[in-house]
Design a protein around this ligand. Structure first.
Ligand code: GDP
Ligand code: MG
Ligand code: K
Length: 272
């Protein structure tokens, strides 16, 4: 069959492994990521005319390089370029899960959001407006209850559709004139290095450097333009930039979140 490679990502305890098992059954392989003691799980599913490879990435709250799990997850997404990155989201904890979404979008990957644990959200009386969510995030959104194997076929159908359409999904966040100017400045210098690893998006590297990401810094340390990039970084108040970038992400989330969801608690407060 035709090949599709998908990666599962998401915060810990959102049902990623349960979904992975529901998708791949016994066709699994467990090993380690090269060079590190982080577990790597991959598996296969044959669906319609497709041979789909599924990678269960380590669970992470963000992709900021605070842990080996985060580095493994983001390097895989950038270097192996899965056709689709599936973010498994806990529907009963949607807002908290969106921070990772903003970071995934910056990696430039095709994203599909799986809204898992819909049973819990429903039971509690939360309402999530799927079409609004798809529109605001510019990604497909599929409901699942992985522990009951609900929504699996819908998900696979959508994966195939997204693979065939190959249109870019996901909104990027704007960080305001000052930071955007710095991002452009760094991008320009980085682009002069013809030996650079082109799998890493220039915008992503630039933002990460402004946030003080030492792992990304290490990655470009052998570059002939390294010193010039560091001059730009040294010219800014790095901590201030880091805080402002995080603020802009939370602002973006706070803007879209109330439009895509009404929680049972919200309704109670309104009628008070
Ligand atoms: P992971 O850390 O993201 O890999 O999460 P797991 O797959 O280990 O799941 C965490 C817990 O949530 C387990 O006890 C699962 O049985 C449970 N779980 C997974 N999906 C669902 C779901 O859709 N609804 C409910 N109610 N529980 C789920
Ligand atoms: Mg897991
Ligand atoms: K794992």
């Amino acid at each position: 069959g035709r090949k599709i490679k998908i990666a599962l990502t998401g915060n810990p305890n959102v049902g990623k492994t349960t979904l992975f098992n529901a998708l791949t059954g016994s066709r699994q392989h467990v090993g380690n990521w090269p060079g590190v003691t982080v577990e790597k799980k991959s598996g296969r599913v044959s669906y319609k005319d497709y041979d789909i490879e599924v990678i269960d990435l380590p669970g992470t709250y963000s992709l900021t390089a605070y842990s080996m799990d985060e580095i493994v997850a983001r390097d895989f997404i950038i270097e192996e370029k899965p056709d689709i990155v599936i973010q498994v989201v806990d529907a009963s904890n949607l807002e908290r899960n969106l921070y990772l979404t903003t970071q995934l979008m910056e990696l430039g990957s095709e994203i599909l959001i799986v809204l898992n644990m819909c049973d819990i959200a429903e039971e509690r009386g939360d309402r999530i407006y799927i079409e609004k969510m798809e529109e605001l995030l510019a990604t497909p959104v599929i409901r699942t209850v992985a522990s009951q194997k609900k929504g699996i076929c819908d998900l696979l159908d959508r994966v195939i559709e997204q693979k065939e359409i190959q249109q870019h999904h996901g909104h990027e966040i704007g960080y305001g004139t000052e930071i955007e100017d710095k991002i452009l400045e760094i991008e320009k210098v980085l682009a002069e290095d013809e030996t650079r690893d082109t799998r890493y998006p220039l915008r992503w590297i630039s933002i990460r450097l402004l946030e003080g990401d030492s792992n990304v810094r290490e990655k470009i340390s052998k570059s002939p333009v390294y010193d010039r990039v560091m001059q730009i970084i040294d010219s800014i108040d790095q901590e201030e930039y880091e805080a402002e970038i995080a603020d802009k992400r939370y602002l973006a989330i706070n803007t879209v979140f109330p439009q895509m969801c009404t929680r049972a608690n919200d309704k109670l407060t309104k009628s008070d």
